[in-house]
Design a protein around this ligand. Sequence first.
Ligand SMILES: [Zn+2]
Length: 232
Amino acid sequence: MKKRILILSIAAAVTAAVCGFHVKSVSAPAAMPIVVLDAGHGGEDGGAVTPDGVHESEINLAITKRLEQFLRLNGCKTVMVREQDTAIYSADAKTIAQKKVSDLHNRVLLVNSTPNSLLVSIHQNIYTESKYHGAQVFYAATDGSKALAELAQHAIAAGIDPGNHRAVKSAGKSIYLLQHIQCTGVLVECGFLSNPQEAVNLQQSDYQKKLACAISGALLHYLNGASENSEV
Ligand SMILES: [Zn+2]
């Protein structure tokens, strides 16, 4: 009898090995991150400016608000770094330089103090020559950031700007916010305000909606993949 049990056990083990199935451990799905949405600049710090004098801070906020709407419609929890044309520096910051440093510190603090956070920061680019255009996504050194950046870059190019062949770029130490966060994070430079046509596009509500749709789609795709992986 013992011999028969032994043979059956060996047969089961061999079958499992040959067929490749295994018992999948059942674990609770990972909690959905809280997406911190950062509209770059604000208040006295307007950031880059279009040829017509429109500040980046205003365009950033418009796109970020649309992104918030799309993500909430899809059941994501979000936190807005700012909802008005204001910076978020502390009261003891007096000079422009102190306000800028304090504002960045507070943005980092908000991201790092939000439990289970994920950062998407929205900015606009500028260059001395007007011919350059196209969105580019920068990523933090943290887990998942590069994958999220690649999804967002691809979604923008595929859905809005097929001629955009820019590659994602590591932020390294060049972007304070991405350098100091502890969670997954990307910064989307949505386009160049120094390019007259792109500057016009970036101020149009339709174009802003398309950008927000592409970025939120990439984020949902990323979160879906991340939760699937966590179940294995
Ligand atoms: Zn900026």
